[in-house]
Design a binder for this molecule. Structure first.
Ligand code: PLA
Length: 442
């Protein structure tokens, strides 16, 4: 009896990797036992270049540390922000005892989908009126891109190649190959002018195959903060639509964050959709509603006619069902609540504008602080770039130095999240940049 008991404890201890003296012969877990594992060959993967910055930041005990890595909005006090309007929507949801926890349909909350399509395309969008738009609630921007990518990989009659800007949000380069699309880049950013390489972009799109898929950042390009002008957008549209019959896939992760206006930031998407052509759009509510961890987003596919749209929707469901079955309810219910209630919608716009304005004010404060320090170099791009990020032009060595000596955490490509800065931390960042630029000239 006791022997059985001891054997059980020994087995449990082995399971938990504990050392317990049970009087039974012990089994040691020397490193050689790892080689017997079917996964012993698995290599340690590097941390994600963006989310890994937060991992490093969390390990730093310094009270002066500042996280300017991931694009997450912070208040002047450096705290994450839950919008008031989100709190109100949550209170309404909580008070509604008729709500339950049933599964959603595969494509999510119908009202959320309708309102999301209207938000990005405009409530007067002809494509919506003509029932040519299919929208599926997905897991934030990332999930929408992935579902859209897989749908294209399965069903697109054109080349299964997607062109993304160089540089782009790093995850694009991982999402699309896994979705089954060959992923290539087009020129986008010119480090010399710190602006758009418009000629290079047009040349590369022209040289790309007819019908290729083209990923475009709807606004507030990440990481560069450089957007095409309206004229440049028209030039791009002309190549994509008229010259090359390519398929535009918009990534809209920052609607309202760039200019403070939802409509202004949707301008390029609407130009492309209103010309009647097919368009894919991935929307995220992570930043503009501060719903990062709720994972709320939508994939909209604009087809050329309602019959195609209906069949497309049926196949989108077949992409989603084996992937995660159906999306979570809570975040999308918050969004639907805000978008469907006039008062809440107006309140959201005010709060969104306040976030965008605070980011813009950080640009001015940082620029002024560098000017006051007479930091070598031209820093006007801090003022000119758009959205959450400044692509500083600082190199890896300079970034590593700033992290080591000033506890400033940012991605190694020199991108800083302006939304993570505050009036309190601007001087620290300016000192760090000043010192880094003098110590390690580019
Ligand atoms: N598309 C772009 C262009 C993004 O910048 C991000 C987020 C997403 C999609 C996806 O966001 P979501 O899935 O959370 O909706 N980029 C962040 C975070 C803010 C990240 O890397 O995940 C960034 O720091 O670049």
């Amino acid at each position: 009896m006791e022997a059985v008991h001891n054997r059980r404890i020994a087995s449990l201890a082995r399971h938990l990797c504990l050392e317990v003296d049970t009087g039974l012969p012990s089994i040691s877990f020397s490193p050689t036992s790892a080689s017997r594992s079917s996964f012993g060959h698995v290599k340690q993967a590097p941390e994600d270049p963006i989310l890994g910055v937060t991992v490093e930041y969390n390990k730093d005990p310094s009270p002066m540390k500042v996280n300017l890595g991931v694009g997450a909005y912070r208040t002047e006090e450096g705290k994450p922000l839950v919008l008031n309007v989100v709190r109100k929507a949550e209170e309404q949801l909580l008070a509604d005892r008729s709500r339950n926890k049933e599964y959603l349909p595969i494509t999510g909350i119908a009202q959320f989908n309708k309102l999301s399509a209207e938000l990005i395309l405009g409530s007067d969008s002809p494509a919506i009126a003509q029932k040519r738009v299919v929208t599926a609630q997905c897991l934030s921007g990332t999930g929408s891109l992935r579902v859209g990518g897989e749908f294209i990989a399965h069903h697109y009659s054109g080349p299964k190649i997607i062109y993304v800007p160089a540089p782009t949000w790093g995850n694009h380069l991982k999402i699309f190959p896994l979705a089954g699309l060959e992923t290539r880049t087009y020129r986008y950013y010119n480090p010399k002018t710190r602006g758009l390489d418009y000629q290079g972009m047009i040349e590369d799109l022209r040289a790309a195959p007819n019908g290729a898929v083209v990923l475009l950042h709807a606004c507030a390009h990440n990481p560069t903060g450089v957007d095409p002008t309206k004229d440049e957008w028209e030039g791009i549209r002309n190549v994509v639509r008229n010259e090359k019959q390519q398929l535009p896939f918009f990534d809209s992760a920052y609607q309202g964050f760039a200019s403070g206006s939802l409509d202004t930031d949707a301008w390029a998407v609407r130009r492309f959709v209103n010309d009647g052509g097919e368009t894919f759009i991935a929307q995220s509510y992570a930043k503009n509603m501060g719903l990062y961890g709720e994972r709320v987003g939508a994939l909209s596919i604009v087809a050329t006619d309602p019959a195609v749209a209906a069949r497309v929707e049926s196949q989108v469901k077949l992409v989603i069902r084996p992937m995660y079955s159906n999306p979570p309810t809570y975040g999308a219910a918050i969004v639907a609540n805000i978008l469907s209630n006039r008062a809440l919608f107006e309140e959201w716009k005010v709060e969104l504008k306040a976030m965008a304005d605070r980011i813009i004010s950080m640009r001015h404060q940082l620029f002024d602080a560098l000017t006051a320090r007479r930091t070598p170099g031209n820093w006007t791009h801090i003022l000119n770039q758009i959205g959450m990020f400044t692509f500083t032009g600082l190199n890896k060595q300079q970034v590593e130095y700033m992290t080591r000596d000033y506890h400033i955490y940012m991605t190694l490509d020199g991108r800083i999240s302006m939304a993570g800065l505050s009036s309190r931390t601007v001087p620290q960042l300016a000192d760090a940049i000043h010192s880094a630029v003098i110590k390690f000239s580019n």
